[in-house]
Design a protein around this ligand. Sequence first.
Ligand code: HEM
Length: 127
Amino acid sequence: SAPQRSVYDDLGGQAGIEQLVEDLLVRVSDDPRIAPLFIGVDIVNLHSRLSEHLCAEAGGPCVYAGKNMVDAHAHVDINAAHFNALVENLVETMEARGVPRSAQNRLLARLAPMQRDVVGASRAGGR
Ligand code: HEM
C-alpha cells in the first residue's frame, strides 16, 4: 500500500506552513484572550521559528534552530486557558485552509505534550 501522506504534505509543504503561521499570527493578534501576551514580541522572528518548528514536527525537512519550549516561554505567563485558546486558533486556521482533519489531529497530537513545558515555563523552578 502507498505510504501515508505526511502531515507536512497535508499542510502544503514549506509554503503552506509559512502561510498557515502567518494566518495563525493574524488570528492570534485578533483574539483578546491571548493577544496581550504577544505585545512587544519580534513577530518576524516568531514567524520563522514557529514555521520551522511546525515543519519539523509535521515531518518536513526542517531543523528547528530556536529555543526549547521552556526557554521560549519562560518570560510569558501562560495558563491552560491560554494554551487552549491558541490551539483553538490553530484549528480554526487549519480548518479555514482546508487541512484534512486527519492531518490536523496528527499535528495536534504532536503538540499536546508540549503543554507541560509551555504552561509550566514561567513557573520553572517550581515544577
Ligand atoms: C504547543 C504549543 C506551542 C508551541 C509549539 C510554541 C512554539 C513557539 C516557538 C517555536 C517560539 C519561538 C522560540 C524562539 O524564538 O526561539 C515561541 C515563542 C513564543 N510563544 Fe509559543 N508555542 C506554543 C504555545 C504558546 C502559547 C499557548 C502562547 C500564549 C498564548 C505562546 C506564546 C509565545 C510568545 C509570546 C512567544 C515569543 C516569545 C519572545 O520572543 O519573546 N506560545 N513559541
